[in-house]
Every structure is written in structure tokens, then in C-alpha cells.
Design a protein around this ligand. Structure first.
Ligand SMILES: [Zn+2]
Length: 313
């Protein structure tokens, strides 16, 4: 057998020259952030303060509510019927649920107005059994191709251990949709879109590890956003979620135990916490202004900072 030998010593193929650093943030324009929640309250509860910050900075912030949420903590459907002998018959119940879904959607619109969020997408899934079905994934992928978010804020897919938690199911739907959005869909004229980063909502004191599945937790919140300057806005949003009993006392308790606990973790009065999906690349080592300042503060200075409480009544 004849063997042909290469006589040149140059490597075959085309080698791409090392890239320069990517353009600065300014050249990329405003960030595009999409917050996706399973239920109407989730986007505010988990990321209302962060959304308000980015709106104020001039970023595009949209939100998507996956289910109508008519059953979740609803005053009429879930609460008032709990102690009844019989619930209304099917047709009447269907009508009632549509009415409650409209009430919830109105609350979301009003709360978004407080944050300055104009683009709201009601996905309209039933909140009875939320599953990562192909239909949901394809539809959400189409929305992602259309809106082209660089950042998605959503539920951690391992919350409460699996898809029996609608929050975890929502996380699964989002992850599958993010993957599918990177390719084409016949009938969808929008080109493939790649999301740059996903920040999952961290689970604070309001979600203590109390199920057997929580024992397997091995994640931690690696990003804290100081929302102290906008926490009253967030409270005002929560106060509007009357249909599910979030207004008033609960909103205040929730802000203190969840955002207050995240704040203590982040060494500020109130914070929202996130779990980064993927590692990021930098030219220099990332160290935030907050982190540098904390290293220069004494114990008591740090404690005094995060002990601050807003007047809520
Ligand atoms: Zn929820």
C-alpha cells in the first residue's frame, strides 16, 4: 500500500487568532431581562426589587406569568371553598375561575405599573397540574425567540425536589424552552436565540428546608441584589396582590423574613438572591463594590447596616 506523506510542517486547518475582549457593556446597549414565574405573584415576590432597579437603569424588563393562578391561594376558589360541604358545579366553577384569573391578571398589571414594567405576557397555562409538556416548551421557546432576552429570572428547577412543585416544573419548562429557542421552529419566523444567563430565584427563609427532598440541597445563592432603595415599591406591589392574601400583614412579614434574610446574607438591609446558571468569563477577577466595602467595615458596622428596617405600617 502506498503511503502519501505530507512534506509541509504547517498545521492543517484554519486557526482563529485569539479574540480581543468583547465590546464594553455600553456597546451592547440596554440589557434585556425577562422574569418568568409559575404564578402571578412569583415575579414580584422573588425579583420585584431587581426588576425595578433595571427598569430605572433603562434596561428592557418584561415578565411572563405561566399559569393563570386562579387556584393558588385564591380568596374565592381556594380559601372560601375550603370549609364548604360542596363546591359549585362544573360550569359555574369554570366561570368563577375565569373571573378570578382576570382579577389576578389585573393585579399583575397594576403591580407591574409600580415597577415600570410595561411588557407583560400571560402564558395562560392551567395551574391545576403544571408540567414541562412539549406544547408549553415550544410556545415559550417562541416567546423567547420573539423577545430575545439576554437574561432570564426564574424558578430553580430543583426547588422542593421535583416537578410536583409547580415552581420546579416552571424551572424545567424554562430550561427546555431556552434550549429549544436556540434552534428554529417551522412556522416561527424569528431566528434562533441564545440566552446569555439565567438567574434562578434563591430560596430564602420563607422557604425553609422542610421536605425530605430539601435534604439534598447543595446549591447556594451566589448573587445578592441590594433592593433596600426600592423595597417600599416591592411592598406596594405585594399589597396589590389582594386576591391571594398577600397584601397587608403577609406582605410585611414576607419582606422581613425573606428579603430581610437575604439582606442579612448579603450584608445589606433587604436583598433578593439568585443562583447563577452558568459560569461567566471576565477579563479581570470579579469583585463587587459592595464586597470590597464589606472587607473594610467592622463587624458592628456591618450589623448596623443590615439591622435597618423600613417602616411598613
Ligand atoms: Zn408561586
Amino acid at each position: 500500500m502506498k503511503v502519501t506523506r505530507r512534506t509541509d510542517t504547517k498545521p492543517r486547518g484554519h486557526i482563529i487568532a485569539p479574540q480581543k475582549a468583547p465590546p464594553a457593556a455600553k456597546a451592547h446597549g440596554p440589557l434585556r431581562i425577562l422574569s418568568i414565574g409559575a404564578h402571578p405573584a412569583d415575579i414580584f415576590d422573588q425579583s420585584g426589587g431587581t426588576m425595578a432597579h433595571h427598569v430605572a437603569r433603562g434596561d428592557w424588563v418584561g415578565c411572563c406569568v405561566l399559569t393563570h393562578g386562579a387556584r393558588v391561594h385564591d380568596k374565592v376558589i381556594t380559601d372560601a371553598m375550603f370549609h364548604r360541604q360542596r363546591v359549585p358545579e362544573k360550569k359555574r366553577m369554570g366561570k368563577l375561575m375565569n373571573e378570578r384569573a382576570d382579577v389576578k391578571a389585573m393585579e399583575v398589571r397594576r403591580a407591574c405599573r409600580i415597577l415600570g414594567v410595561k411588557d407583560i405576557y400571560f402564558f395562560g397555562a392551567d395551574d391545576a397540574v403544571l408540567l414541562p409538556t412539549e406544547e408549553h416548551v415550544r410556545r415559550l421557546a417562541s416567546l423567547i425567540r420573539e423577545l430575545k432576552p439576554e437574561v432570564i429570572l426564574t424558578h430553580f428547577p430543583h426547588e422542593s425536589g421535583g416537578i410536583w412543585s409547580p415552581h420546579a416544573a416552571a424551572g424545567h419548562i424554562v430550561m427546555l424552552a431556552v434550549a429549544h429557542a436556540q434552534t428554529v421552529e417551522p412556522g416561527d419566523r424569528n431566528p434562533p436565540h441564545r440566552v446569555a444567563q439565567i438567574f434562578f430565584w434563591g430560596q430564602g427563609a420563607a422557604h425553609l428546608a422542610m421536605h425530605v427532598f430539601d435534604a439534598a440541597r447543595s446549591y447556594y445563592s451566589d448573587v445578592f441584589i441590594d433592593i433596600t432603595d426600592v423595597v417600599k415599591k416591592k411592598l406596594a406591589c405585594m399589597d396589590l396582590l389582594v386576591s391571594q392574601g398577600y397584601g397587608g400583614a403577609y406582605a410585611r412579614k414576607r419582606i422581613e423574613i425573606s428579603d430581610g434574610a437575604f439582606g442579612r446574607g448579603g450584608r445589606v438591609p433587604y436583598a433578593e438572591a439568585f443562583i447563577s446558571y452558568t459560569s461567566q468569563t471576565y477579563r479581570y477577577l470579579p469583585l463587587s463594590d459592595y464586597t470590597r466595602q464589606f472587607a473594610r467595615d467592622s463587624d458592628h458596622e456591618i450589623m448596623a447596616r443590615y439591622s435597618y428596617r423600613i417602616k411598613t405600617w
